[in-house]
Design a protein around this ligand. Structure first.
Ligand code: BES
Ligand code: MN
Ligand code: ZN
Length: 511
């Protein structure tokens, strides 16, 4: 679906359908006043009798077929004082799904109604357009790769933002471009997570990363078993040993012109293409969901895709490195046993008491490698790390850990604004280290259930150097979902939050 603009007021607007957003209790005439020139019939359309603007309501208004605009889809947003961005996103997602259902090929969005919504939500028109465009793509997203019977309806050809003014503001134009890039990253992440583990193996993931890098002329590196061994990444290797699939650590380096030599923002994603638990085998129920244990790595690749789409006109002021630590955790004959001890890259020994606490082992070495290679300006990791995080915060939210106040606050705010909810959790280092004491090694890899997300974060912290601006995002409860902007399955969570961390403050596009 292309994103377009139609400026110059409603006499210049033309599409199979125009979406108009209406709050409950708003005067009908106000709500559709801007459409009078392209749809003069709208004022007397009979369907007004039943359209209230309630939340979740949508009503199609029909006019004479020969008009430039012969359909208007009225979309209710509910009471203005209760309206929020999530409700708006869902309304857009629902609307685009309906347009597809009706086989409407070209869709417009009434900019006047968008301006009203922006004002009520306290954001600029550019920010709202960004959310509208992303939600349109996400609403339409579906994963049908394996369905022998595909849905017969195809996506609209284009979506136009229809504006009153003669010209399209640069800020609105770049907000739409940003949205297209983000949506592209989100959908790439969703596809990777939705793909089953027999297809999206560590090697296949690495090849996908290579393809993204090649497409945007970014540098690509990959470490297989022998490279990981040469680097002393024994904790990482311990996880992969029980699987017939070789581990792959894929690295995509993006250095926009003029940033060469600067310290990069480094993103590290957990890429467990399947997590059976290993010898500490998981129960059968729900184990299929563990194909999504590479959601962190998928989010990182989604960020690289989005950055590639934005280049060269919008580029971060520093290089960005995406590290995707892929492996499969299986209970094969060479699998790590509970009680095995490994020495990680930084020399710390770990007694692996539970082979299902594998994400932290992979990440520990990947984080060490990242710091050695790049001296990161910022170091972020994202992982489906602990079920305990889901217990703590509920489904749909991520745990955010950082002792760097500025970074922690920025990531929390970004996640909140972008619809990727996170909540800050503490790094109670000495308490967790006590809980992770081993009688025979520097640490065990798994502590008590209580506070499990914190123990995991503190475990990772042991592999972070002094003074490194590091944040850890535990997205175990946010990798899958279902909503009007999320076909049941992968969410793509993390792409937008991580992307926010690559911009310097003054570059931030949102608001
Ligand atoms: N990948 C899981 C965490 C997970 C659970 C993600 C549910 C998504 C949904 C992780 O590797 C794991 O197994 N964690 C264990 C840690 C425990 C053994 C300390 C857990 O949460 O049970
Ligand atoms: Mn596990
Ligand atoms: Zn896992």
């Amino acid at each position: 679906m292309d994103i377009r603009f139609q400026a110059g007021g409603s006499s210049h607007w033309k599409a199979d359908v125009v979406l108009s957003f209406v709050f409950e209790g708003e005067h009908a005439e106000t709500a559709c006043s801007s459409l009078v020139e392209c749809a003069p019939w709208l004022g007397i359309a009979p369907a007004w009798r039943d359209f209230r603007g309630n939340k979740g309501e949508s009503v199609m208004f029909y006019g004479p077929q020969a008009m430039d605009v012969s359909r208007v889809l009225g979309i209710g947003l509910g009471k203005p004082e209760k309206a929020d961005m999530t409700g708006f996103r869902y309304a857009v997602g629902r609307a685009l799904r309906l347009c597809r259902e009706y086989n409407l090929e070209t869709v417009g969005m009434d900019g006047t109604s968008l301006s009203r919504v922006a004002e009520k939500l306290g954001v600029g028109l550019d920010a709202l357009v960004r959310e509208a465009v992303i939600s349109a793509f996400l609403g339409l997203y579906r994963y049908e790769r394996w369905m022998s019977e595909k849905s017969g309806h195809s996506d609209p050809r284009w979506l136009a933002v229809m504006l009153e003014g003669e010209y399209v503001d640069d800020s609105v134009r770049s907000a739409a471009r940003m949205a297209e890039a983000e949506a592209s990253g989100l959908m790439l992440a969703r596809d990777a997570v939705n793909d089953p583990a027999n297809v999206m193996t560590p090697s296949a993931f690495a090849e996908k990363a290579r393809t993204v890098a090649a497409k945007y002329d970014m540098n690509f590196r990959v470490l297989g078993p022998s490279e990981l061994e040469a680097e002393g990444m024994n904790a990482y290797l311990a996880v992969a040993r029980g699987s017939a699939e070789e581990p792959r650590m894929a690295v995509v380096e993006y250095a926009p012109k003029g940033t060469e030599g600067l310290e990069p923002v480094v993103l590290v994603g957990k890429g467990l293409c399947f997590d059976s638990g290993g010898i500490s085998l998981k129960p059968a129920k729900g184990m299929e969901d563990m194909k999504g244990d590479m959601s962190g790595a998928a989010a990182v690749l989604g960020v690289m895709e989005a950055l590639g789409r934005l280049a060269p006109s919008l580029a971060p002021k520093r290089p960005v490195v995406g590290i995707m630590a892929c492996a499969e955790n299986m209970p094969g004959g060479h699998a790590t046993r509970p009680g095995d001890i490994v020495v990680a890259k930084n020399g710390k020994s770990v007694e692996i008491v539970n082979t299902d606490a594998e994400g932290r082992l992979v990440l520990a070495d990947a984080l060490c490698w990242a710091q050695e290679q790049y001296r990161p300006f910022r170091l972020l990791d994202i992982a489906t790390l602990t079920g305990a995080c889901a217990v703590a915060l509920g489904l749909g939210a991520a745990g955010l850990f950082s002792v760097d106040e500025e970074l922690g606050a920025a990531l929390h705010e970004a996640g909140t604004l972008l619809g990727e909810r996170n909540w800050r959790l503490p790094l109670w280092t000495s308490t967790s280290l006590e809980a992770l004491k081993s009688p025979c090694a520097d640490m065990v890899n798994s502590g008590p259930r209580e506070g499990g997300a914190i123990h995991a974060a503190v475990f990772l912290q042991q592999f972070i150097g002094e003074g490194v601006a590091w944040a850890h995002i535990d997205m175990a409860a946010a990798d899958t979902g279902e909503s009007p902007i999320n076909a049941k399955g992968a969410t793509g969570f993390g792409v937008r939050t991580l992307l926010s961390a690559v911009w310097e403050k003054e570059e931030t596009v949102l608001q």
